[in-house]
Design a protein around this ligand. Structure first.
Ligand code: ATP
Ligand code: MG
Length: 331
């Protein structure tokens, strides 16, 4: 039997090029090797704000298209809607009893998110890593392709699996994280992480005109005023993107050299980045349009995917219930 992958995204916005290098690229490559499940995490989106249900549905659809657009093949991978598997809630509520409040609050990723999103966190928000543990463990997942910011979440999932197995005997596979070739892509504003909710992203669905505006407006080296001033390459997001997306390494090295020496303008470096990204996005836009134009096919993929995923989960849940003896008295 093939080992399994589970991974996914919160539909808090359309996916961006940070998602690509952090996790999507791994999903696309590994789907041939692993039985792959892609989660559209709509229940997680409610944990951020419960007031925007209709908006969440739109975004779920966009994130679904994003996954197909980068090359998730619905013939071999399963894409499903989180809320379509009610068994997840059963596992989640049990796992909630296994994690202390102090442990949940100690999670560094949760602390960071509360700070940069300026949240007054709900119970659901503090517990979202535990919901994520249910999402992952219910598939007996071996590998979780994620960006670096998600590593504390996977650690929490591993802890839950180990604690459960120690208490009730071998039940859940303890999964490993797999970080992409760029662990954490910087934002267009130079901030540490490109983020859906940070207003500092380049979307995978960006049209050419917006892409150009975003690239030309990017943060570079704030101390550099004239093209003849020597510039900084390190920490400069324009070069971080060149490194991540420009296949012409010689061109990147030449631009860096000239930038450091004050022999190239910001405009020239950005124009070449625009061309690079535009070329990278062209086939992604095309595939997206293919599915956008075929809403019946898209819906079928999602409905069938959710049904298939639920069957797999039900097997794990049977095992879980038996181990805990949770329904013994009514059997
Ligand atoms: P939000 O701001 O709402 O948290 P996000 O941009 O962080 O959104 P998520 O849905 O939380 O996106 O993350 C989806 C996946 O993409 C996760 O595996 C996450 O680690 C990865 N990821 C997100 N942003 C980046 C980034 N800038 N670089 C690399 N990987 C990323
Ligand atoms: Mg995030």
């Amino acid at each position: 039997m093939k080992k399994r992958i589970l991974t996914g995204d919160t539909p808090s916005g359309k996916l961006h090029i940070g998602h690509y290098v952090g996790t999507l690229e791994n999903r696309v490559q590994l789907q041939h090797e692993y039985e792959t499940f892609i989660l559209l995490a709509n229940v997680h989106a409610y944990a951020q704000s419960f007031k925007t249900a209709e908006k969440i549905n739109d975004l779920v659809y966009q994130v679904f298209l994003d996954n197909l657009a980068v090359g998730i093949d619905p013939e071999i991978s399963t894409i499903y809607l989180e809320s379509g598997i009610p068994e997840t809630y059963e596992l989640y509520s049990f796992f909630l009893t296994m994690v202390t409040l102090a442990r949940a609050q100690r999670n560094p990723a949760i602390k960071d998110e509360i700070q940069y999103k300026k949240l007054d966190p709900s119970m659901g928000f503090l517990a979202y890593p535990i919901l994520q543990a249910a999402d992952i463990l219910q598939f007996q997942t071996s590998l979780v392709p994620v960006g670096e910011d998600q590593l504390p979440m996977i650690e929490q999932t591993r802890e839950i699996a180990r604690d459960f197995n120690a208490a009730y005997g071998e039940t859940f596979t303890v999964p490993e994280a797999k970080v992409g070739r760029v662990a954490r892509l910087v934002g267009t504003d130079g901030k540490m992480k490109m983020s859906k909710s940070g207003n500092n992203s380049i979307l995978l669905s960006e049209d050419e005109k917006t892409l150009k505006q975003k690239v030309m407006g990017m943060y570079t080296d704030p101390k550099r005023i004239h093209p003849t001033d020597p510039g900084k390459v390190e920490g400069n997001p324009v070069f971080a993107y060149h490194d991540a997306f420009n296949p012409n390494k010689a061109e990147v090295e030449d631009l860096k050299k000239r930038y450091l020496a004050g022999k190239v303008s910001d405009v020239e470096v950005k124009e070449s980045l625009f061309l690079t990204l535009n070329e990278f996005l062209a086939p992604i836009r095309e595939k997206r349009k293919y599915y956008e134009d075929r809403p019946k096919l898209a819906k079928e993929i999602l409905v069938n995917g959710t049904q298939k995923a639920r069957k797999v989960v039900q097997e794990t849940l049977e095992k879980f219930r038996e181990k805990v003896g949770i329904n013994k008295l009514i059997k």
